[in-house]
Design a protein around this ligand. Sequence first.
Ligand code: ATP
Ligand code: MG
Length: 182
Amino acid sequence: MPEARRLFFALALPKPLQQQVITWRAESFAADAGRPVAAANLHMTLAFLGEISEQKASVLTDIASRIQSPAFSMQLDDLGHWPRPGVVWLGTRRAPTALLQLASLLRSHAARNGCHQSTLPFHPHISLLRGATQPLALPASTPQWTLTAADFGLYESRFHQGRTRYQCLHSWPLVSSAPSSC
Ligand code: ATP
Ligand code: MG
């Protein structure tokens, strides 16, 4: 029987933004605050699918390829700490409707295809530190980055030799609202 793969839909951060975030993070948090998430692993999960079969992955890939959803931008102007499970995160105070709709659509397709979805409300965030279970002082503000989502992707998460790596299996464009030329 083919192996199940651990998959999720997510938004990626462009490389320049990854670098800005990790530079700021190094200046803003004590070394013992938590384990920094690798630059290439910074992402915003839209829907977690869990360990699923190739057949289920293929159905969800097909569904995702037919999604016509608008592109959007958000300010990364929120910062928080969940002592359990120990995550320091970067988020947005005003989640764009298009982001919420895209996540909701993907999560409902996932649920309909047997991928258990958390009953907690969707809280869009980028995990910055893991294992941050002790109380810590957060910086008073964030540098006010903008994350522009022009596409979304399906990612595989693999844990190998003590490290988690993500691989983008497919990505699909979001629909730009820019006027097209005649
Ligand atoms: P690791 O678990 O190895 O420390 P990770 O959490 O980044 O690293 P995964 O557990 O494979 O790797 O998770 C991939 C993405 O899916 C992450 O954004 C993670 O927060 C999210 N995720 C994992 N489990 C769930 C879950 N049960 N419900 C919602 N999102 C989840
Ligand atoms: Mg995890």
